[in-house]
Design a protein around this ligand. Structure first.
Ligand SMILES: [Zn+2]
Length: 203
């Protein structure tokens, strides 16, 4: 529906609506429910105040000796706005989340509380496990496709998109990036991009 009355937009009204990246606030905390069954990871470089993907072969940052970091990305739902979006954490917090999977019975439905260790945007993110059952409204949300979100985000910002990701999503993004492809579809393996590099969890 491309037109309507009132303030409540349908989830597909804006193509970017489910590709919102949640930022951990400097004060207070962000409470999220993980919607992904598995995370997606990528290798990145911190450049000009943000993470950019390492394109692999021929990477200028690698050639200059800029450190590489593992980043984990998830589809999540925000308790306050009850909207879905995306979350990215570093390797340390990613492995912490992985360690809670057994206790939680998997990644999907895990409840997390995220805050900053200090008062600055670049302060370390503290992730806590919340022992609580995932609400039905969150489990009923469409799951944003993490790979497509990364592709669109990086393409828009002019980054050199890793070749595997381009191959997997270029056609799809042209065909209409807003298509989520059905309800509750998990952002599962596309060209093996979301396999965890080390210590894969088992439920
Ligand atoms: Zn690199």
């Amino acid at each position: 529906m491309p037109i309507g009355e009132g303030w409540d937009l349908p989830p597909d009204a804006a193509p970017w609506s489910s590709f919102h990246w949640f930022a951990v606030p400097v004060t207070g905390s962000l409470q999220l429910t993980v919607l992904s069954e598995r995370p997606m990871w990528y290798v990145g470089h911190f450049h000009e105040q943000r993470m950019v993907p390492c394109p692999g072969q021929g990477c200028e940052a690698c050639a200059c000796g800029v450190g590489r970091q593992i980043r984990y990305t998830f589809a999540v739902a925000d308790w306050e706005t009850r909207r879905s979006g995306l979350l990215e954490v570093g390797q340390q917090n990613g492995l912490l989340i992985q360690s809670w999977c057994a206790r939680n019975g998997g990644l999907r439905g895990m409840m997390l509380d995220l805050s900053k260790a200090g008062r600055q945007r670049q302060s370390r993110t503290v992730v806590r496990y919340v022992e609580q059952e995932a609400p039905a409204w969150a489990m009923g949300l469409d799951v944003p496709e993490v790979g497509l979100a990364l592709y669109l985000t990086w393409q828009k910002s002019g980054c050199r998109v890793p070749e595997e990701l381009r191959a997997a999503y270029e056609g799809k993004a042209k065909a209409g990036g807003s298509e989520q492809g059905g309800r509750s579809r998990s952002p599962r393996s596309r060209a093996g991009l979301d396999s965890v590099p080390a210590r894969p969890h088992r439920g």
